[in-house]
Design a protein around this ligand. Structure first.
Ligand SMILES: [Zn+2]
Length: 298
């Protein structure tokens, strides 16, 4: 049986391996306490659109305005949200332990805003604040564009534009129907004038090959003591793949999630059931210290 909800046992393990290499794989549950909706799985609806169907190149080709409204909404919500104690705890761990690498499936930029060192963070699914050209032959990429609205047609509030005072901009107010945004009002590539798209990995797209190569290089540098699986199911791809790779390098698995499938864990593995924002700061306390009132650790 795995070791469930036993914080002292985890602390004992952590302190006996002070220089070991640590991996984390994070999913939507990491940002849940920051109040961000995930749009994944059953009920993943945005304004009556199946969110998984909006996150595809086909949807963008068919109606780029609708897809951009969805991403403009997510950018706005992510900018309004704040990193929670789980983001801060992982960032503090990264500052303490140079041999810690964090892989995140989240695109909300909250780990970066918590001060997680970029060299110890890999964003598997990209970032809402990266823009790239939709033209595959064009390599234009822009990082850290946090303009909100990105363009006037994607304004977040249900206000009216000066240019067309009769047209509501309904991004946040769900009672206001969505309007069709013509492609001429969407952000354009400064190099080739094609449409810009969000720099996230859509359904049906491959993860970035160079990024995956960097992760495998890190994996192959030596043994790993523990892989944290935070806010995502350890049996779900790609988590399952990284859990396997880490386990093959000696790692014990430590799942931190609102649900822990004990049958997927080995007898030496750990499971902690609950909110990552509560659990991670406690689990990492021997390394990062206790939380101060301002949410920092050192
Ligand atoms: Zn371009």
């Amino acid at each position: 049986m795995p070791i469930i909800n036993d914080i002292p046992a985890f602390h004992a393990f952590l302190t006996t391996n002070p220089n070991s290499r640590i991996l984390a794989l994070c999913g939507a549950g990491l940002s849940a306490a920051s109040g961000l909706p995930t749009f994944r799985g059953a009920g993943g609806l945005w304004r009556n659109h199946d969110a998984t169907r909006l996150a595809t190149p086909e949807a963008f080709r068919a109606d780029p305005g609708l897809v951009w409204l969805f991403y403009a909404y997510r950018r706005h919500m992510a900018l309004e949200a704040k990193p929670n104690p789980a983001h801060h705890a992982l960032a503090a761990l990264a500052r303490q332990r140079r041999k810690f690498l964090c892989l995140t499936q989240n695109v909300d930029n909250l780990s970066q805003r918590a001060g997680h060192p970029p060299s110890q963070l890999r964003t598997l699914h990209g970032n809402l604040f990266t823009l790239k050209c939709f033209n595959r032959r064009c390599s234009h990429v822009e990082h850290n564009n946090t303009a909100d609205p990105l363009v006037p047609s994607l304004a977040p509030a249900s206000v009216t534009t000066p240019a067309d005072a009769t047209r509501p901009l309904p991004l946040v107010d769900a009672d206001v129907p969505l309007v069709h945004i013509p492609a001429s009002e969407l952000p354009r590539c400064p190099q080739c004038a094609s449409l810009l798209r969000p720099g996230v990995v859509w359904f049906g797209e491959q993860l970035d090959g160079a990024l995956l190569g960097e992760i495998y290089e890190w994996l192959d540098e030596g043994p790993i003591s523990v892989i944290f699986v935070v806010g995502t199911g350890a049996q779900v791809w790609p988590a399952a793949g990284y859990v396997q790779e880490a386990a093959a390098r000696g790692a014990r698995v430590c799942v931190v999630n609102t649900e822990v499938a004990e049958e997927t864990l080995g007898p030496e593995d750990f499971g902690f059931v609950g909110d990552a924002a509560v659990l991670l700061p406690r689990l990492l306390e021997p390394v990062i210290g206790s939380t101060k009132d301002d949410g920092t650790f050192e």
